[in-house]
Design a protein around this ligand. Structure first.
Ligand code: CUA
Length: 194
């Protein structure tokens, strides 16, 4: 029997047609329930997310970064905070990090505080778990420990424009003894050649 004859045979109360229609209806109900469940999931998760803002969001005005506040030029680089813990402050801009060379101690927790002046940037530091995004208007902050002294590369890892691939900084991890000696004689440390 060809398909057209099969459809014709269904007309006029063929029991096979009744079975097929019932199956179609059941399937329609199941599909409708699946769609309703997916819509409900979207609404519930959307409401949940909007009601739970991320913890500890710190904002900063990217238009006045260079003029006033924590990220002015003279405040960039590594320094010791009031409790004697090393803190690195840096900014990212198209297409460089400031400072270009960062000094940190090995074997001590180091806190990074960074932001972007223009586009979305980010960085990783080789041989460590440092891996962050830098978003204009927000301060990115994290603490990590470098296990061993050495030279590390710190490339930008968010595509930020035509100069993205040339955007990186150097990180010099030095023994804690040397770091504390340097930190006692200078307010801000960096290894940018003068
Ligand atoms: Cu900055 Cu890619």
């Amino acid at each position: 029997m060809n398909p057209v004859d099969a459809i014709d045979a269904g007309e006029g109360g063929d029991p096979a047609e009744a079975v097929a229609v019932a199956a179609e209806k059941r399937w329609g109900v199941v599909v409708s329930l699946i769609i309703l469940m997916l819509l409900a999931m979207m609404v519930v998760t959307g409401l949940h997310w909007s009601g739970m803002p991320a913890a500890a969001v710190e904002t900063v005005d990217p238009r006045t970064l260079h003029i006033a506040g924590e990220f002015v030029d003279s405040n960039l680089g590594t320094s010791l905070d009031a409790d004697g813990r090393p803190v690195v402050r840096l900014i990212a801009q198209q297409y460089s990090f400031e400072p270009q060379c960062i000094v940190v101690p090995a074997d001590m927790p180091v806190t990074f505080r960074a932001t972007s002046t223009d586009a979305l940037h980010g960085f990783v530091i080789g041989g460590s778990n440092a891996n962050v995004m830098l978003v204009p208007g927000f301060v990115t902050s994290f603490t990590t420990t470098f296990a061993t002294p050495g030279e590390r590369l710190m490339p930008c890892h968010e595509f930020c424009g035509t100069g993205h691939e040339a955007m990186w900084a150097h990180v010099q991890v030095i023994p804690p003894k040397d770091f504390l000696a340097q930190a006692s004689s200078a307010k801000r440390l960096s290894c940018v050649p003068r």
